[in-house]
Design a binder for this molecule. Structure first.
Ligand code: M6R
Length: 611
């Protein structure tokens, strides 16, 4: 999704802006641009459709220079990706330039009004209205102008603004779209995401909704929607740029798949109980856990699939009904939330607009909320409050396709199920100990599972021309199959669909014929025979099977599967955390063989901040 950067200081702005945009490019974009305040208070804009390389070439042909500017990578929402629709946008005279993330919902009404006042629009974007509106309202002070203009904007925005009448200040503001600012050694920075700032500083300030910041040679001044000054303690970012670099791997996705053993360890280790029944990390008391009646889990994409694993685990281990909803559906279905219920939002970024809206809806209805999130300080964690947040310590996830974040979300789900099962007395002490021991051993087993990489590469080179792939499984393996199908379709563009293995015969089997590939996950020992029968139905139609199964079950697959990938044996409930690794490696290898842009798949964005 779109990325914003801004700089004011002592250095040439262009390299700082371009480096920041590069760091944000993982979010997905289709055009980019910068606006720089040149000498004599003149704003120069350069924008180009496509990759940042195009903007770089343009800047070589037509350079700009100055020590203040704003930049943007655009992921098209209003108007096709082209040079005109790329940001920054300016007013007619080019004296005010704006970059924007989010959507202005009342842009059509504003466009009509401003056109009647003489504004001439050149793009199809919603953002352009902001530049014209600021010009129309400009009163000689951009902060005062923003205080007047922002209440007129309906929707979400993170804004960066420069103005030729105030060539010594950079402005920004946010509402429902993330924005961080920082000041270091006389240089001021703004960005929509932390990686853009890490080359310059580790101390950042997260702006709150409806706040405005002015950055100049003296530092950062933040105010609220009424102009009252606000103070923010800077947040120190613990991870550094290396965590967000490829570190010798061909792609971020592959690096992040390989980081999963460590991520599993980091998420579990700080929560390992030192005494039986001690779950200090869980923001649910013993009496609350015992009186809970229902859990609602809400998320999108891979995080939703982690929630589906959570449903299976929590219902069985803690004997609690669990509803799992896709966030964009939850919000509008008038959900029933009662007392003694827990609402759980899962999100890697903590910024996903649909999940955030569902969280707000649940809070509005008085629900007790819990957020499971990877990004420290993100909007969801702030809205739920630190005491209602469980961080997955996966580290920065750069590839658009989620791997290590999904892994740790799923691990969190299992930890929640075990803790609730223990507190509610639905699990025996010895069973709890067994499961906790299993969690402890997971990182080593995950490391071992990664050894399947070569075998999957070979299989992918044979299967890469497939046009359709089915993923099947039962129970938790079905939840896993949904994630595997999403992974394959998003990175390799192969049409893939997940089915509960027992559901094949109710329709999808009509699509099976020689040449079709079915990827089966078999980790649940109690469901083995049933799944084997379903796979025999598959091979009887001439389709081939790639089986991901536990070592101890592998023999049973011989004669059925064309290729068997065995994962180390562990508890049934923990096995999906290992089985997902070959499924991720399969999707990755297929995408590489097919020459796809693995880390930045077409049309996708890392953090989906529009509904
Ligand atoms: O940041 P979030 O976890 O809220 O993101 C949710 C989805 O957008 C995300 O999982 C998406 O489906 C990924 N591309 C999956 O690989």
């Amino acid at each position: 999704m779109c990325g914003i950067v801004g700089y004011i200081g002592k250095q040439p702005a262009v390299p700082v802006l371009m480096d920041g945009l590069e760091k944000l490019s993982y979010r997905g974009y289709d055009s980019a641009g910068i606006a720089v305040m040149e000498e004599h208070h003149h704003i120069n804009v350069r924008k180009a459709k496509g990759k940042l390389e195009n903007l770089r070439s343009l800047l070589v042909k037509s350079p700009v220079a100055g020590c203040m500017g704003i930049g943007h990578t655009r992921w098209a929402t209003h108007g096709e990706p082209n040079d005109l629709n790329a940001h920054p946008h300016t007013d007619v005279q080019g004296g005010i330039a704006v970059v924007h993330n989010g959507i202005i919902e009342n842009h059509e009404a504003l466009r009509r009004y401003l056109t009647a006042q003489g504004a001439v629009f050149v793009s199809q974007t919603d953002t352009e209205v902001i530049a014209h509106l600021l010009k129309y309202l400009y009163c000689g002070d951009m902060k005062e102008t923003l205080l007047k203009a922002l209440p007129m904007l309906e929707g979400s925005y993170a804004l960066g603004v420069i103005c030729d009448a105030e060539s010594d200040a950079l402005y920004c503001a946010r509402n429902d779209s993330p924005l961080v600012v920082a000041w270091e050694d006389g240089n001021g920075y703004l960005a929509s995401d932390i990686p853009a700032l890490l080359a310059h500083t580790r101390d950042v300030i997260f702006l709150e909704d409806k706040q405005i910041a002015r950055l100049d040679a003296n530092g950062i001044a933040v105010c609220d929607a009424y102009g009252n000054p606000c103070y923010h303690e800077p947040f120190h970012v613990e991870w550094d740029l290396d965590c967000a670099e490829k570190g010798g791997y061909a792609h971020y996705m592959l690096k992040e798949i390989h980081e999963q053993p460590e991520a599993l360890q980091k998420t579990y280790a700080p929560r390992r109980p030192h005494l039986p029944g001690e779950y200090r990390w869980l923001p649910v008391s013993l009496s609350e856990a015992q009186s809970l009646r229902k859990i609602s889990i809400v998320a999108c994409g891979s995080a939703y699939h982690a929630g589906v694993v959570g449903k299976y685990a929590i219902e069985r281990l803690a004997r609690l009904p669990v509803e799992v909803d896709i966030a964009s559906e939850y919000r509008y279905r008038d959900p029933v939330i009662g007392p003694q219920e827990l609402f759980v939002a899962i999100s890697q970024s903590g910024e996903t607009a649909d999940t955030l809206a569902a969280l707000r809806e649940a809070k509005r209805r008085g629900a007790r909320v819990l957020v499971i999130c990877n990004v420290v300080g993100s909007t969801m964690t702030r809205e739920a409050g630190e005491s209602n947040t469980l961080y997955t310590y996966a580290g920065p996830e750069i590839a658009v396709a989620s791997t290590k974040a999904y892994m740790t979300q799923t691990e969190m789900m299992l930890m929640l199920a075990i803790a609730l099962g223990d507190l509610r007395g639905t699990l025996s002490r010895s069973r709890v100990e067994e499961l906790l021991k299993g969690l402890e051993q997971l990182p080593v087993l995950a490391e071992k599972t990664l050894q399947a990489e070569e075998m999957l590469q070979r299989f992918a080179s044979l299967a890469s021309q497939k046009k359709h792939v089915f993923f099947v499984g039962r129970g938790m393996d079905y939840a896993l199959s949904m994630e595997a199908a999403l992974k394959l379709k998003e990175v390799s563009y192969i049409f893939s669909e997940a089915y509960a293995a027992g559901e094949l015969k109710h329709g999808p089997i009509a699509l099976l014929k020689p040449g079709r590939l079915v990827v089966a996950t078999i980790t649940q020992s109690g469901l083995l025979e049933k799944t084997l029968s379903n796979l025999r139905e598959v091979t009887a139609r001439g389709a081939s099977v790639l089986a991901i199964c536990r070592e101890s079950l592998a023999q049973k697959l011989e004669g059925i599967a064309q290729q068997i990938i065995a994962i180390p044996d562990t508890d049934d409930w923990l096995a999906p955390l290992l089985a997902v690794i070959p499924l991720q490696l399969f999707a990755y290898s297929m995408a590489v063989v097919r020459g796809c842009d693995v880390d930045k798949p077409r049309n996708l964005a890392k953090s989906v901040t529009v509904e």
